[in-house]
Design a protein around this ligand. Sequence first.
Ligand SMILES: *[C@@H]1O[C@H](CO)[C@@H](O)[C@H](O)[C@H]1NC(C)=O
Ligand SMILES: *[C@@H]1O[C@H](CO)[C@@H](O)[C@H](O)[C@H]1NC(C)=O
Ligand SMILES: *[C@@H]1O[C@H](CO)[C@@H](O)[C@H](O)[C@H]1NC(C)=O
Ligand SMILES: *[C@@H]1O[C@H](CO)[C@@H](O)[C@H](O)[C@H]1NC(C)=O
Ligand SMILES: *[C@@H]1O[C@H](CO)[C@@H](O)[C@H](O)[C@H]1NC(C)=O
Ligand SMILES: *[C@@H]1O[C@H](CO)[C@@H](O)[C@H](O)[C@H]1NC(C)=O
Ligand SMILES: *[C@@H]1O[C@H](CO)[C@@H](O)[C@H](O)[C@H]1NC(C)=O
Ligand SMILES: *[C@@H]1O[C@H](CO)[C@@H](O)[C@H](O)[C@H]1NC(C)=O
Length: 481
Amino acid sequence: MQCILSIYKFFFLQFIEIISAVFGKGSSQEVPVEKIVAAPGSDALLRCLFPVKPNMDFESLIVNWRHGDTVVHSFYRRSDQLEKQSEVYNGRTSLFHDQLPAGNASLMLKDIQPEHNGEYKCYVTCNSGLYAKKVHLLVAAPYDEPEIAVEYLCEKIVISLSSHSFPQPVVTWFVSVGYENTTLTPDSRGRYRLQSNMTLNLNSTETVRVEMSLDAVSQKFSWAVTLHPHPAHSALLWSRGSSQEVPVEKIVAAPGSDALLRCLFPVKPNMDFEMLVINWQHGDTVVHSFYRRSDQLEKQSEVYNGRTSLFHDQLPAGNASLMLTDIQPEHNGEYKCYVTCNNGPYDVQKVQLLVAAPYDEPEIAVEYLCENIVVSLSSHGFPQPVVTWSAPLGYENTTLVLDSRGFYRLQSNITLNLNSTETVRVEMSLDVVSQKFSRAVTLHPHPACCEEQSPRCRIGFGIAIVVLIPAFLMLLLQRKQ
Ligand SMILES: *[C@@H]1O[C@H](CO)[C@@H](O)[C@H](O)[C@H]1NC(C)=O
Ligand SMILES: *[C@@H]1O[C@H](CO)[C@@H](O)[C@H](O)[C@H]1NC(C)=O
Ligand SMILES: *[C@@H]1O[C@H](CO)[C@@H](O)[C@H](O)[C@H]1NC(C)=O
Ligand SMILES: *[C@@H]1O[C@H](CO)[C@@H](O)[C@H](O)[C@H]1NC(C)=O
Ligand SMILES: *[C@@H]1O[C@H](CO)[C@@H](O)[C@H](O)[C@H]1NC(C)=O
Ligand SMILES: *[C@@H]1O[C@H](CO)[C@@H](O)[C@H](O)[C@H]1NC(C)=O
Ligand SMILES: *[C@@H]1O[C@H](CO)[C@@H](O)[C@H](O)[C@H]1NC(C)=O
Ligand SMILES: *[C@@H]1O[C@H](CO)[C@@H](O)[C@H](O)[C@H]1NC(C)=O
């Protein structure tokens, strides 16, 4: 008996191998493949339905679920054959015996583990008929909305992103220079806890962008922030040499524009121009040096390379003014012009260069959404203006993005939830260029029908707003006149 059983087992396994081989080789088009995604620790039903024929003998029904060469679950002689099962599936699988006569050989897989990821095959045979089906199980958990934090520390700025997912997502930081530290720790639910920190040491305003993607579930997240250098760092630059003795001239120049930094020195009758030394400095940085009758450009800091010139023909007339072209935000600050001749004492002049561009006339937009009203202000300029909303309780969101010209694109939105008619006022000011805008708009609460989320109502009301806003602006203009 034992012997017969062994032989039976041998032939049975051979048979299964043959079936597997036949179906394994068959091109994927013949066998339907179903894809399912399941998180680690969760349960999933791997579907397998086979055609039931009238003459089927369920006594001889064989169901074999496999994952590659691994036996997941075997059923024959009317019972589960669990001793054949690979141990990574122990206690985790079940067939629905009551459903088998209906042609349902679906497998319930419980407490899914990362190693369960991959393609499953369901082989069903009965009397002569043969049926196979593939199920692709993707063990993956979409990530939560990541938490982003920005922290200014004494020496540096740390931006951190944290989230949970499975498998490991791809995180990419877009920064000029920075130090990245990403750690992945498995959590109790079988997912990864991701913590990605970017440490920066900014000298100038920069936009940092981070992208996170989990291809298995086609998930993608992108986030950007514009950071200003450390307040301590800027304070250091501004506080140097604040003596009142020397007159300071102030000039304002937009990013990308040119400016003349004026410096006139007294010409004395006995001056030897061979001995003339001119040194333009920005803090401790050399902007432009001139001596021995020529420019000494190798002394120049690289942020001024190709951007400075003196007017050599004007020097004998006591004019050491500097032309600075293609001005950058980092050129902002106080400049000193040192002039000496015949090794005499220095003549010092100061020029305060303010890198700023007045903002365009702001665009104001009002949008009625079903749940709330969004009033937005947008404009271009440099540097960051002060935006103040005077409105009933609302949620403010202001974003600044540096564009290719070195200007900020400002977008400031306020989200309101009005119960009655209200006037919303916004003020925007850029003190360095004494610019100030003030705009007001009166808003009515949502029409009642919006609460039913009627799309027609929303569209209708949107049109009303589009018509009303210009009318309102015209009214404002007329009043001004
Ligand atoms: C197969 O059986 C399972 C378990 O009862 C059930 O959830 C599933 O809906 C069945 N599939 C079909 C197509 O009947
Ligand atoms: C990243 O941070 C972790 C935890 O703070 C630390 O143990 C590890 O050494 C850091 N890795 C690198 C490359 O700095
Ligand atoms: C990343 O930043 C978070 C929050 O600031 C901090 O708690 C954590 O220790 C940092 N981790 C690393 C690896 O630097
Ligand atoms: C910022 O300044 C430091 C020291 O002054 C310098 O080493 C670093 O290269 C500068 N970084 C950038 C991005 O300019
Ligand atoms: C100094 O020279 C520049 C360049 O030619 C000129 O624009 C500027 O007016 C001069 N300044 C004076 C006071 O002559
Ligand atoms: C502000 O708006 C931006 C862009 O719509 C969004 O990514 C960001 O999360 C918002 N910030 C806050 C604090 O709501
Ligand atoms: C602000 O509103 C504008 C226009 O309604 C919209 O395009 C933009 O995404 C909003 N931005 C934020 C930061 O909410
Ligand atoms: C508007 O109504 C909501 C709910 O009805 C209430 O919570 C909120 O305080 C009201 N807001 C104002 C400004 O009256």
